[in-house]
Design a protein around this ligand. Structure first.
Ligand SMILES: [Zn+2]
Length: 295
């Protein structure tokens, strides 16, 4: 690492760092850790095109809560994921399916912007829950090193694309998971889990942009019991008594549409706009009274 005026950049074998060892609530600087993660996701493994930029940023970002979960446990892991969930932009797909320039991916008016970080990371959390830790970490080692058994001196820097990772996951698990990656990376909106009570049954249905298939299993807590719903064909049903309440995905395994998050973001934006206007009006009034005093 070399200390620089620039905040942080993941140069191969020697990161630029200028964030003054600022501590987050974790007790260490998240940025120093983030740039360090790029030695694997960015430098050892490099995207073939900037359209696959999430392979750098989504993985590097996910490594941060993952480290917290290992170091401190679940509370800090989920708290970090919740922060990410609240800032998703969801205006452009993370993967466009055509060659992209870095500036177009990073510019939120033309590309996914911060979603390559946070939507990428939250998608990886969901993938881990879906395929399990063994297959998840095996797939990542293959992505980064080209082998499940990397040893110093026995691997070289690699380039890979989104499709390469999808193929690795499918090979390692023995299942075709293209539906999963398509629903999260190649669409704009998040899958929505619709629930409807009908007598003694709770009907569940995934709604995905473009009516894409999404057989994502989900847990539902009915009263005090947690039920696994396989959601074959994107639909499922659970028995529920009239006096029982339910909670969808009670252990927060699946990234999905949450209408209250959009409401939160809209409320924040409106308040920021109002505060900016009030500040502008106050500045104008101050200039006006200063001018009056001079006269
Ligand atoms: Zn980064």
């Amino acid at each position: 690492m070399v200390e620089t005026p620039h905040l942080g950049m993941e140069h191969q074998t020697i990161n630029a760092y200028g964030n003054d060892y600022r501590k987050a609530e974790t007790g260490y600087d998240w940025l120093l850790q983030h740039e360090f993660a790029h030695e694997w996701f960015g430098n050892q493994l490099t995207n073939t095109d900037w359209d696959d930029f999430w392979l750098h940023e989504g993985f590097a970002t996910y490594m941060q809560p993952l480290y917290l979960q290992w170091l401190r446990g679940d509370m800090e892991y989920f708290a970090a994921l919740m922060k990410m969930r609240s800032v998703l932009m969801l205006k452009h797909p993370v993967v466009a399916g055509r060659p992209m320039l870095e500036k177009d991916v990073s510019d939120a008016s033309r590309g996914p912007g911060n979603d390559v970080y946070y939507k990428g990371a939250l998608m990886l959390h969901t993938l881990r829950g879906l395929i399990g830790d063994d297959a998840f970490f095996h797939s990542i080692r293959e992505l980064v090193y080209g082998t499940d058994d990397p040893r110093p001196g026995q691997f070289r820097p690699r380039q890979a694309s989104t499709d390469d990772f999808v193929a690795i996951v499918s090979r390692v698990t023995g299942k075709d998971y293209r539906w999963f990656f398509d629903a999260y990376l190649r669409t704009v909106k998040l899958p929505a889990l619709l629930a409807e009570r009908d007598g003694g049954t709770l009907h569940l249905r995934w709604q995905v942009e473009g009516d894409r298939p999404f057989p994502m299993p989900v847990q539902v807590r009915i009263g005090r019991r947690v039920v696994e719903v396989p959601m074959a064909g994107g639909q499922g049903a659970v028995a529920i008594a009239a006096d029982e309440s339910y909670t969808l995905d009670p252990h927060s395994k699946v990234l999905r549409d949450l209408p209250y998050m959009a409401e939160f973001q809209q409320d924040q934006a409106e308040r920021a706009r109002a505060a900016a206007e009030a500040a502008k009006a106050a500045a104008k009034a101050a200039t006006g009274s200063a001018a009056t005093e001079k006269r």
